[in-house]
Design a protein around this ligand. Sequence first.
Ligand code: NDP
Ligand code: 8X3
Length: 258
Amino acid sequence: MGRLQGKRVLVTGASSGIGRACALRFAAEGASVAAWARRGDRLRELVDELRAAAPEAEHVTGEVDVRQREPVFQAVEHLVAEWGVPHVLLNNAGLAAGLDPIQAGDPDDWDRMIDTNIKGLLNVTRALLPRMIEEGRGHVINIGSTAGHLAYPKGNVYGATKFAVRALTEGISLDLAGTPIRVSSVDPGMVETEFSSVRFHGDQERAAGVYKGFQPLTPDDVADIVAYVAGTPEHVNILDVVVYPTAQRNVYVIDRKS
Ligand code: NDP
Ligand code: 8X3
């Protein structure tokens, strides 16, 4: 029996991309998944797949916008009462909005990124951590980014949010010293998801161009790593994993064939 069998995992941003792949991977490992995102139609499709992957587990969904602090706290209370305290919280919900020099940036885009990637992660983590501490177990896994390790032109605010996620992973881990709660970060390079379509406000052609001429990571590649991190023995805490596609060596060096 694998270590994730019978565990409960809360995945934020489960309606697409990395979060969706992680939800399916956790279910395939025998875990029960609470899948949160804003798009309920996507979540309803996902839960059918989760039930097919792990019929014996108890999968639930939540239409939760991680930016809305009070509803997040209420959703956590409801989840804990009806389903139980998650063993793993995967803080994945996030986005980039825009790719412009700061002097031409849209402050509304900045707000969305800061409110989702930093404050959304904090909202869910703050609501859940006391319950994990009471239970005497838990694992918080944050999806960071290689953009949180090296700034790139026009990546300004997105990169700042991911540098913040890295700082929060370390800071939360330090604050939890003396508890058994583990804190980890998985920081991918380029992964083909809806990320670029969201970044370019629905411009699919521009989004497709981001992944042209090389093989990017897939959401399943990242889910493999997240499942590994979550499945290590309880005395092992992987603080940070940085993963690139082989064709990408840092945020600037990408071997594009066309
Ligand atoms: P997607 O756009 O495919 O997925 C993003 C997910 O986040 C969706 O499920 C979306 O759901 C959810 N989300 C966005 N805003 C909110 C919100 N306010 N409340 C709740 N959920 C929200 O992109 P990815 O899978 O690529 O992105 C997932 C994470 O991975 C992000 O944190 C991103 O920064 C990070 N990342 C991505 C990389 C890439 O190259 N793709 C590389 C490194 C890191 P919904 O819209 O239904 O709410
Ligand atoms: C997403 C990776 O390089 O597009 O976090 O910013 S990148």
